[in-house]
Design a protein around this ligand. Structure first.
Ligand code: ADP
Ligand code: ADP
Length: 225
């Protein structure tokens, strides 16, 4: 992100709202960067611009040196509320993301099952989302995100709806899985603890409009141990 400023026009009042101002940071290939800050400092806005949902008012977002001008198939998304389709089994949900890829049915199934295996959900491939716990559904959602073999994964508060214990287990599991997959990742969270547990580097935002106020490396073996 190079000197990003984003100004919205408020739907109700028509007033201008500056969500983020003069924000710059970068993420190296294979790195997991956590973007942390209080509610309203522009975290979701940043993610939406990186995903190409909308552009910045000033500055630019680059992926591999290329300006982002729209959504891209190589960017995988996972949000706070998983969007598993309730009428599809877990394996069918993971296959869903693969339907635009040039794989036949058998290949899709094979890839989806391999992803579920990695997320320790192989035994639940034929279950339906409502039969799984919240933590299991989030694991299924990550399996679906990783199945498309994205270059970049964007995680937006993926654990905020989970209980503390499930959260801790999943934070470590997700960080390792993403490291093993060699995927570049931006994690958005308001939880500094989660940022430290999961990431290689933390970018701290603050204020309204949000700006980068700190940035530090995490020197723990947390993603490989
Ligand atoms: P979060 O705190 O998780 O970012 P919000 O409730 O702030 O979630 O935002 C939910 C959605 O509503 C986002 O897509 C955001 O872009 C949009 N949004 C937030 N504030 C406004 C606003 N004042 N006017 C219009 N849309 C908004
Ligand atoms: P965070 O994710 O850190 O909670 P957001 O990116 O959701 O912060 O919001 C940052 C600011 O931008 C907030 O004041 C929010 O209301 C505003 N905002 C976000 N999206 C929109 C939108 N689509 N329209 C108007 N204002 C928005």
């Amino acid at each position: 992100l190079q000197n990003i400023t984003k100004v919205f026009s408020d739907r109700k009042t028509g007033n201008s709202v500056t969500a983020v101002t003069d924000m710059s940071f970068s993420v190296a290939p294979g790195e997991l960067v956590a973007v942390v800050g209080p509610s309203g400092c522009g975290k979701s806005t940043i993610l939406n611009m990186v995903s190409g949902l909308y552009g910045p008012t000033e500055g630019q977002v680059l992926i591999d040196g290329e300006k982002v001008t729209g959504t891209r198939p190589e960017v995988g998304f996972m949000l706070q509320k998983d969007l598993l389709l309730p009428w599809r089994s877990i394996v069918e949900n993971v296959e869903f993301g693969l339907e635009e890829k040039p794989f036949n049915k058998a290949e899709r199934r094979k890839r989806a099952l391999a992803e579920l295996q990695r997320m320790q959900l192989a035994d639940f491939a034929d279950s339906y989302p409502h039969q799984l716990s919240g933590g299991m559904r989030q694991r299924a959602a990550l399996a679906r995100t990783l199945a498309i073999e994205p270059e970049l994964v964007l995680l937006d508060e993926p654990f905020s709806a989970l209980d503390a214990q499930t959260k801790l287990v999943l934070q470590r599991h997700f960080a390792r899985t993403i490291a093993d997959a060699g995927v570049t990742c931006v994690l958005i969270t308001h939880d500094l603890n989660e940022a430290v547990i999961m990431s290689d580097r933390v970018v701290v935002l603050s204020g309204r409009p949000g700006r980068v106020v700190d940035e530090f490396e995490i020197d723990l073996p947390h993603r490989t141990d």
